[in-house]
Write a protein of this length. Structure first.
Length: 367
């Protein structure tokens, strides 16, 4: 007598399961890689060895022209600005933000960003959205002069809501040993220059989103303070300062320190390039902030201290130089395309730790 067939309760007589049934489409991943290959090739630079497809990216420092290099690395993401991109249906510029957040951190050490890798994750891979995101990453790499040498595309069902995706980036740069920043001779009397930001860059978007919700506007509504939709204006990508700063450093040899103004704002980032016992004293009347900051402050009724510690408030980068060299450095940066102005000076601090004080901050978002 034949034994009874196993019942369905035991898991038998059911159709086989595949990886695609589980939510992972290998063919879609391969299709995205084919879109990425020409984008990556468009970022090639001196020093890159090979191309996409290996288990790791190769880079030849000697071929890039370095003699006694120190490697400088950085990693970052875009934060909840991604939610604005997702809800607005505009994935094209967050890749630029991703590169900017990494390479701007590298250049402030005096280093030239050399190559970049990305991590793109979603619950279900949308090849077209992924292509547009990576096209933005490639554009950011071209603006920074670094090569996109690899990355990872992860499809993880159940980890992300439909339509959501996440991004992370990693970059490596190099500087000659004697060119690293900040220099040890930063001292009271030095001048602080400010480089204009393009907007909120990639910080403070958890607060930005709360303010947008309070305003009652959708991301497709006309922005009350600028041309274009609210989503388009809020997604203005982070400015990449790499090429102008490298050009000014090499042309003048007079830049003593740099600070990328990200999370923590001016008070939290300016001291990071200063020696103990000094502080940056900035006068907010010396620069103008993009109109988005006035709108955020007014609609959100955001206190001044919160504005300063959450947003860049119009300065994406600060530059420290000797007073005698300030005009030369400012001209070099302006010639390279930056909007630059003198925003303050370095003075002795009453406490031992480095500090930053912003005077007249309210002038940035009040008439």
């Amino acid at each position: 007598m034949k034994p009874d067939a196993p019942s369905d309760k035991q898991g038998h007589n059911r159709p086989p399961l595949t990886y695609k049934d589980a939510g992972v489409d290998i063919d879609a991943g391969d299709a995205l890689v084919e879109h990425i290959k020409p984008l990556a090739r468009s970022t090639d630079r001196r020093g890159v060895m090979g191309g996409l497809g290996g288990f790791g990216g190769l880079f030849d420092l000697r071929a890039a022209g370095f003699k006694d290099p120190i490697l400088v690395s950085g990693t970052d993401g875009v934060g909840t600005k991604l939610k604005v991109a997702i809800e607005a249906g505009i994935p094209d510029t967050v890749g630029i933000d991703l590169v900017a957040m990494c390479v701007n951190d590298i250049v402030v050490q005096g280093a030239e960003p050399l190559f970049f890798l990305d991590y793109y994750a979603s619950g279900k891979l949308d090849v077209e959205a992924g292509r547009r995101v990576v096209a933005g990453i490639a554009e950011g790499c071209r603006r920074a002069g670094c090569a996109l040498v690899g990355g990872e595309t992860a499809e993880m069902p159940g980890m992300y809501a439909d339509g959501d995706y996440d991004l992370a980036g990693f970059s490596v740069g190099a500087a000659e040993r004697d060119a690293l920043l900040p220099r040890a001779d930063i001292a009271p009397g030095d001048v602080v220059l400010g480089l204009a930001s393009s907007g909120a860059h990639s910080n403070g978007y958890s607060l930005v989103r709360r303010i947008v919700a309070r305003s009652g506007l959708g991301y497709d509504a006309a922005a009350p303070f600028a041309k274009g939709s609210l989503g388009q204006v809020l997604l203005e990508p982070t400015r990449i300062y790499v090429k102008p700063l490298l050009a000014a450093m090499r042309a003048t040899g007079a830049i003593k320190g740099l600070a990328h103004i990200t999370g923590g704002g001016l008070p939290g980032n300016a001291p990071r390039c200063l020696p103990d016992g000094t502080r940056a004293r900035l006068d907010a009347r010396q620069w103008s902030a993009p109109a988005v900051f006035r709108w955020l402050c007014e609609v959100g009724q955001v206190p001044t201290d919160d504005m300063l510690r959450t947003f860049n408030c119009g300065l994406g980068m600060i530059v420290v130089t000797a007073a005698a060299d300030a005009a030369t450095v400012a001209k070099a940066l302006a010639d390279a395309g930056e909007s630059v102005c003198t925003v303050g000076s370095i003075e002795a601090a009453p406490q031992s730790e480095a500090d930053c004080v912003v005077d007249h901050a309210e002038s940035l978002w009040r008439s």
